[in-house]
Design a protein. Structure first.
Lengths: 100, 439
C-alpha cells in the first residue's frame, strides 16, 4: 500500500432537520476499481456528525448507515465523489430515516 | 561525492511513476525505480552486515566463511558457506550448525570431490520461512579440504551471529484503557547442500466453545448471500466481536475474533492505519454485539500487535494483528482455533462472519459461506461477499476441535485481485506469532 497516494474525505453528516448524525458507519463504495488495496474497514462519525474517511484514488459513493435516537435505521450517500492522489476534499451528507 | 547507505524501504508498491521510496541512513527519503528495489535492498542488507562478527577466518592453508541473510522473500534464513585454499583440493567434508529462536535451526553435512579446484561454496535457503530473531552459525572445526599434496586443510571454524528480520517480526504498543470511551472524528541453494531445517510444525491451535450457556459494494461479488445472525450468543458467533478502534484522526469499525481467553485476532489495518494517524490508541471489543445489545459487555485492549510487514512496509500479504484484552472473556464466549498448512486451500469451503457497515441495522452480525477460489502463499482469495467493517473477520471452517480460522478477512476487490475479496492467510510465522501473543 502506497499511503502517500491516499487522500482524506472529510465532512459532516446531518439529518434533514439539521441535527448531527453521530456514531454512524461511513465508508467509500468504489464505482471504479481503486488503484490501491482498499481495506474493508468502516469509519464512524463523531457525536457532532463530523467524519474523516481516508481513501485511495478512485471514484466513490460515500455511504452512511446508522441508527436514530429512536433506533430506526438512518441512511444516506453522496455519489460521484472523485478522490485523486494526495488531495483532500470535503463532502457533507444528509441522512434520512428508513421507512421500514 | 560520497555514498549514503539505504536504511529502509518506505513504500513497496510502485506509484504512477513506477518508483518506490527508500529512506537513507541520514533520514532523507528518495524515490528509486521499482525495478531496482530488490537490488538496492539487497545491497542495503549487505552494507548493514558488513560490520557484523567474524564470518570469515584466514589460516595458513586458506580461508573459510559462513554468512547468514534473509532469503529473497525477506524471511530468514539463507546461509552461505565455503572455503578457498592455496593448494588445489581433491575432496572436502563440510558441516555447520545454525541456531535461532527456540525450536528453529539448521544442521548441514556434506562431502564430495573437487577435481583440483581451489574454491568450494554452498548456499542454502531453508524451505520454510523462519521467524525473526538472533541466529548463530558456526562451521565445525572438523570441516576440511583434502589437498592434492595429501595435506588436510582444516577450517578455523568461522562463526556468524546476526539479528535477522522478517516481515512477520512482531511490532506491539500499549493501548489506553481509561474511560469513558471516546468517539472521535478527524481534525480540520537453493538446495544443492544437504541442509536440514529443524522445526516441529504444530499446525493446529484448538478452539474452545466457551462456558456460556445457549443464550453491490466492492466487496459484494455477484449475489449478496450474507445472512443475518440473529442469535449472536450461540457459538461460534459469540466469539466474534465488533471492534471500535480509536485512531489519532478518527474512529474505525472492524471485526475481530477470540483466539484465546484474552486475545482477539483481527486485520493489521484495524490497528495500524497511517492515513488515520497510524497506531490505534484505544480498542473496544464487544463479543457477540447485536445492534444495541452487548450480551457479554465489552473489554478494552491493553496491547496491540502486528508485524513489520504491515506496519513498516504496508504489504497486503502481512495485514494481520491482534489485541490483548483487559479481561478473560474468552473463558465465557470461547474462541476459534487456528490452522496452518502450506498446501493449497483452493476449493475449501469456508465461512466469513462479521460486522459489515453496509447492512442494516447498524451493528448487526452477518455471515456467508463459499469456496476459496485462489490459494496464494500468504493470502486466500474468495468471492464470498463482505462489506466495510468486516475487516478482521475469521475466514473459518470446522476443525481444531470446534472451528478453525484459516485466514483473516482484510480486503475487497482491487487491482491486485480484481475478481475476488481477500484475507490474510494463517501462515506458519503468523501461526507462531498468534501462539506467542496468546501466551
Amino acid at each position: 500500500v502506497d499511503w502517500s497516494r491516499w487522500s482524506v474525505v472529510r465532512g459532516t453528516v446531518r439529518t434533514a432537520s439539521g441535527e448531527p448524525a453521530g456514531d454512524c458507519a461511513i465508508w467509500g463504495e468504489p464505482a471504479t476499481l481503486p488503484e490501491e488495496p482498499l481495506p474493508d474497514i468502516a469509519f464512524r462519525t463523531g457525536q457532532d456528525g463530523s467524519y474523516l474517511l481516508p481513501l485511495p484514488p478512485a471514484t466513490y459513493t460515500i455511504k452512511v448507515n446508522g441508527l436514530s435516537s429512536s433506533c430506526r435505521s438512518l441512511g444516506g450517500e453522496a455519489t460521484g465523489v472523485v478522490v485523486t492522489a494526495s488531495s483532500d476534499i470535503t463532502v457533507d451528507i444528509i441522512v434520512t430515516e428508513d421507512q421500514d | 561525492m560520497t555514498i549514503v547507505p539505504v536504511a529502509r524501504l518506505v513504500t513497496s508498491s510502485p506509484g504512477r511513476t513506477g518508483q518506490v521510496k527508500v529512506q537513507l541512513v541520514n533520514g532523507a527519503v528518495v524515490a528509486i525505480p521499482a525495478a531496482d528495489m530488490n537490488l538496492v535492498m539487497r545491497r542495503a542488507a549487505a552494507e548493514a552486515r558488513a560490520a557484523g562478527p567474524d564470518g570469515i577466518k584466514h589460516g595458513s592453508c586458506g580461508s573459510s566463511w559462513i554468512y547468514q541473510y534473509e532469503k529473497s522473500d525477506d524471511h530468514p534464513i539463507k546461509i552461505e558457506t565455503g572455503f578457498k585454499v592455496k593448494t588445489a583440493a581433491v575432496a572436502y567434508g563440510w558441516s555447520y550448525t545454525v541456531k535461532g529462536p527456540p525450536g528453529w535451526g539448521v544442521t548441514f553435512n556434506k562431502s564430495g570431490t573437487l577435481a583440483l579446484r581451489h574454491r568450494w561454496s554452498n548456499t542454502y535457503n531453508t524451505p520454510e520461512d523462519f521467524p525473526a530473531g538472533t541466529y548463530s552459525a558456526a562451521v565445525s572445526s572438523s570441516s576440511d579440504a583434502l589437498l592434492v599434496n595429501g595435506d588436510i586443510c582444516y577450517s578455523l571454524a568461522p562463526t556468524a551471529k546476526n539479528d535477522l528480520s522478517s516481515p512477520d517480526e512482531p511490532v506491539s504498543w500499549s493501548l489506553s484503557t481509561s474511560s469513558p470511551i471516546p468517539v472521535t472524528s478527524g481534525p480540520a541453494a537453493a538446495g544443492s547442500g544437504a541442509g536440514q531445517a529443524s522445526r516441529s510444525t504444530g499446525s493446529v491451535l484448538s478452539g474452545f466453545a466457551g462456558r456460556a450457556g445457549r443464550m453491490a459494494p466492492h466487496s459484494v461479488i455477484g449475489k449478496d448471500t450474507r445472512k443475518r445472525v440473529t442469535d449472536t450468543t450461540a457459538y461460534p458467533y459469540r466469539a466474534i466481536a465488533l471492534l471500535r478502534v480509536t485512531f489519532p484522526h478518527g474512529t474505525g469499525s472492524c471485526t475481530g475474533f477470540l483466539v484465546s481467553a484474552s486475545l482477539v485476532a483481527t486485520a493489521g489495518h484495524c490497528l495500524y492505519y497511517p492515513p488515520a494517524g497510524g497506531r490505534a490508541t484505544r480498542v473496544q471489543v464487544i463479543p457477540g454485539n447485536n445492534v444495541k445489545s452487548e450480551p457479554y459487555g465489552s473489554c478494552l485492549g491493553t496491547r496491540a500487535y502486528s508485524v513489520k510487514g504491515w506496519v513498516s512496509s504496508g504489504q497486503e500479504a502481512y495485514d494481520y494483528g491482534a489485541v490483548k484484552l483487559n479481561c478473560d472473556i474468552g473463558d465465557t464466549v470461547g474462541w476459534f482455533g487456528m490452522r496452518y498448512q502450506t498446501k493449497s486451500l483452493t476449493g475449501t469451503k469456508v465461512t466469513i462472519t462479521g460486522y459489515p457497515g453496509d447492512k442494516k441495522p447498524d451493528g448487526s452480525m452477518w455471515t456467508a459461506s463459499g469456496k476459496i477460489t485462489v490459494s496464494l502463499a500468504r493470502q486466500l482469495l474468495y468471492k464470498i461477499s463482505t462489506g466495510a467493517g468486516q475487516s478482521g473477520s475469521p475466514v473459518y471452517n470446522r476443525g481444531c476441535t470446534t472451528y478453525c480460522a484459516l485466514a483473516i478477512h482484510a480486503y475487497g476487490t482491487n487491482h491486485n485481485h480484481p475478481d475476488d475479496n481477500a484475507g490474510t492467510r494463517i501462515t506458519l510465522p503468523a501461526f507462531y506469532n498468534f501462539d506467542i501473543w496468546s501466551s
